[in-house]
Design a protein around this ligand. Structure first.
Ligand code: GAL
Length: 322
């Protein structure tokens, strides 16, 4: 099953394309601030939430920004949906990372999860904030340790049947959890534990297989990301394999989410990663590439300019000629 069209098209100065690693501007011409982010597809629109690290932010607060798009290429800045003061006396250099937003059809509320921590990453909790509008002001509700476990990097997964999951890395256990959200999305229950010390966890369901992707734990420094497959979330999961040749070092990026675009002709899975710049986080870049998915094989190809048709689901790489 070959899911991605890799036909290369030659064009001059292409527009409407994704250039992995290049600065990415919003509708105002400003750099998109949505690091460690996630995509929420709701009412036919894609919303991109992520860490807003712009230098003009109040250094005492932590920010989440929201952008919207119908084609995953052109992004309209909606607003900073969270501008939070230290909610748990975490102290200087406290941390809010990897925000993800879940729409709850039952409560008609939007529920934001993020990794909340102190400067030394010892607090190790998730935080929850809610809003009545997807791009509204999110109100801080609480922080907790999911399943009573330490939780650092989080990831988001919504299955084809609408069930919603939090993925969280839990160092003392030597692995990470996939935990289904409870009915109101304010808590989680255990679904699966994968005994592999990985973070940046991301999941996608294509055909009869689940694919999980994660990075090794090297902080902001990139490393070769890996993936495993299973026919059900509870497992059993295959051995982890490299997503790209190890010497490519994941093209300097770290996983944050896998986005499935199921079109009329094809299903494309987008690897959504961050190219971190620790000394200027606002300048961190995004590496989005369509993955080559073939049965239980998944490959991240070398970054190249590409375009996507969200209606047909077709992705094609582009050779730009001057
Ligand atoms: C990475 C993690 C990032 C951030 C960073 C801090 O491993 O994926 O989200 O927490 O460490 O060093």
């Amino acid at each position: 099953m070959l899911l991605v069209a890799q036909a290369a098209v030659s064009v001059c100065h292409a527009s409407g394309v994704i250039r992995p690693g290049d600065p990415w501007a919003d509708n105002r011409g400003q750099r998109i601030q949505a690091h460690g982010g996630g995509i929420t597809f709701w009412n036919g629109v894609y919303y991109w939430f992520g860490e807003d690290r712009r230098p003009s932010n109040d250094p005492e607060k932590r920010y989440v920004s929201c952008y919207s798009s119908r084609d995953l290429v052109h992004w309209k800045f909606r607003r900073q949906v969270l501008a939070l003061s230290d909610p748990e006396h975490l102290g200087p250099h406290w941390v809010l990372e990897r925000p993800k937003v879940y729409p709850n059809a039952g409560t008609h509320r939007f529920v934001l999860y993020a990794h909340l921590d102190d400067a030394h990453y010892k607090f190790a909790r998730v935080m929850v904030a809610v809003s009545d509008r997807i791009d509204g002001d999110y109100r801080y509700v609480k922080s907790f340790r999911p399943l009573g476990e330490e939780s650092r990097d989080i990831g988001q997964f919504i299955d084809d049947d609408g069930s919603a999951y939090l993925i969280f890395e839990s160092r003392p256990t030597g692995g990470f959890f996939i935990a289904r959200l409870t009915g109101d999305y304010m808590n989680v229950e255990k679904t699966a534990f994968i005994h592999a010390p990985l973070e940046g966890g991301a999941l996608v369901h294509v055909g009869n297989l689940y694919y999980v992707v994660g990075s090794h734990m090297t902080g902001w420094r990139p490393n070769p990301n890996v993936y495993a497959t299973a026919t059900s979330l509870a497992g059993s999961w295959s051995e982890f394999k490299d997503l790209a040749p190890p010497e490519a070092n994941n093209y300097q990026s770290q996983s944050t989410m896998l986005v499935k675009v199921a079109g009329t002709k094809k299903t494309t899975v987008i690897f959504m990663g961050d190219i971190w710049k620790p000394s200027a986080l606002w300048d961190s870049r995004y590496l989005w590439m369509p993955l080559d998915v073939n049965g239980d094989e998944m490959k991240l190809p070398p970054p190249q300019t590409w375009q996507l048709d969200v209606k047909t689901g077709e992705a094609s790489t582009i050779v730009e000629v001057d």
